[in-house]
Design a protein around this ligand. Structure first.
Ligand code: PMP
Length: 429
């Protein structure tokens, strides 16, 4: 594969953009090598500036569940943008979007549109703090909720050890308010609430963890969190920026039958445009300005072009059988990869939830962050590059979930499994 034009662009970019990119994981730091620059995308494929084609298992990190450049999404955008790109006054598409989101996710009786997942989670914890009058929030190791100060924190060794900022620039005083728990550990959550329950404004969780590869909740775990929050008067916040409209039409909360107090969304609801949203119980959402005192605003929030792309995508995913087909495809892919690995004598395991999956280089099941981080990262790196050379683009990190779109068909999946037969052999140390 020739990457001359990508290389030239990366050289230029590195003098102008930190690390040559506008979002860190794109820089291939954790797998080594250089990123390719996209020229265009269609269906299940990304095409780079040198003309190489890749089956894409990232889909712009989640939004492209209906495939890249879907004609219905592009047409909706083209039509709406002729009337103007932004108005700064309300527009009808915002109302339709709110009606659609509240219908598809019944725990959201009201919503507020924002411009990214980060904004959605920041706003949701401000609301949780404002509504409860408490300051502490609980998050889980390995969960990512955007780059807000309060989320760039991990716990020290003890559960109640004060939070240690993960990034310079996060004030310790703020990090102290973030308590961190191991995901899928029932007792740790119970004990934390016994010790600090009266101070906890909310628990924010990726109901299926997609930012530490892909980790599914143990039976009853999300209900356990729901029960603890209810008992102690804390709000349960499902961060469904990734899982929303991906693991089921109604997100992880529908799949597991849990009703959170607040939810955050992004990615799919923008169809590839910069969009986020948060929503939840009416009595909580009514505390947001201007109907209530908790402030949150946005110049471009509810942008008509973004709403059009999101609504067109949300229309596509409501087609009968959409998720059943995606789920079958994911199983076909993951079963195929497991078989290919076995034939190559490489130990892997996969986790799956509808259109989202994780691939781990280990011979064990992975149910915790510690187990996810114990996998063979070196083998993943070699596998990643071996697949890339064969035209398959996986997330450039061992700690990211993979995504399918409705445009991933038999051809793409067979190609991926075929490529993996040799790639697994190359991945052996
Ligand atoms: N929450 C989750 C679960 C995410 O996966 C992400 C981004 N990958 C975010 C929040 C932040 O969203 P954004 O990058 O749009 O700010």
């Amino acid at each position: 594969m020739n990457h001359t034009l990508s290389h030239d662009l990366f050289v230029r970019a590195q003098t102008l953009l930190p690390g040559g990119v506008n979002s860190p994981v794109r820089a291939f730091k954790s797998v080594g090598g250089e990123p390719f620059f996209a020229q265009r995308a269609e269906g299940a494929y990304l095409i780079d500036v040198d003309g190489n084609r890749y089956v894409d298992y990232i889909g712009s990190w989640g939004p492209m569940i209906a495939g890249h450049a879907h004609p219905q999404v592009l047409d909706a955008v083209a039509q709406v943008m002729r009337d103007g790109l932004s108005f700064g006054v309300p527009n009808a598409l915002e109302v339709t979007m709110a009606e659609t989101l509240t219908r598809l996710v019944p725990s959201c009786e009201m919503v507020r549109m924002v411009n990214s997942g980060t904004e959605a989670t920041l706003s949701a914890i401000r609301l949780a703090r404002g509504a409860t009058g408490r300051n502490k929030i609980v998050k889980f190791e390995g969960c990512y909720h955007g780059h807000g100060d309060s989320f760039l924190v991990k716990a020290g060794s003890g559960m109640l050890t004060l939070g240690v900022p993960d990034s310079p620039g996060v004030p310790k005083a703020l990090a102290d308010l973030t308590l961190t728990l191991p995901y899928n550990d029932f007792d740790a959550a119970t004990q934390l609430f016994e010790l600090a329950g009266a101070d906890i404004a909310g628990v924010i969780v990726e109901p299926i963890v997609g930012n530490a590869n892909c980790i599914l909740p143990r039976d009853g775990y999300l209900q356990h969190l729901r029960d603890l929050c209810t008992r102690y008067g804390a709000l349960l916040i499902f961060d469904e920026v990734m899982t929303g409209f991906r693991v089921a039409l109604g997100g992880a909360q529908q799949r597991y039958g849990i009703t959170p107090d607040l939810s955050t969304f992004g990615k799919i609801i923008g169809g590839g445009m910069p969009v986020g949203a948060y929503g939840g119980r009416r009595d909580l959402m009514q505390q947001i300005a201007p109907s209530g005192p908790i402030y949150q605003a946005g110049t471009l929030s509810g942008n008509p072009v973004a709403m059009a792309a999101g609504l067109a995508t949300l229309a596509l995913i409501q087609a009968p059988g959409f998720y059943e087909k995606l789920e079958r495809r994911t199983h076909q892919l993951c079963d195929g990869l497991e078989d290919a690995a076995r034939e190559a004598g490489v130990a892997i395991t996969t986790n799956r939830s509808c259109a989202m999956f994780g691939l781990f280089f280990t011979d064990r099941n992975v149910e915790t962050f510690a187990e996810a981080t114990a996998c063979d990262v070196g083998a993943f790196r070699r596998f990643f590059h071996a697949m890339l050379r064969r035209g398959v683009y996986l997330a450039p990190s061992a700690y990211e979930a993979g995504f399918l779109s409705s445009m991933h068909g038999d051809i793409e999946i067979s190609h991926t499994i075929e490529a993996s037969r040799e790639a697994f052999r190359e991945a052996r140390a």
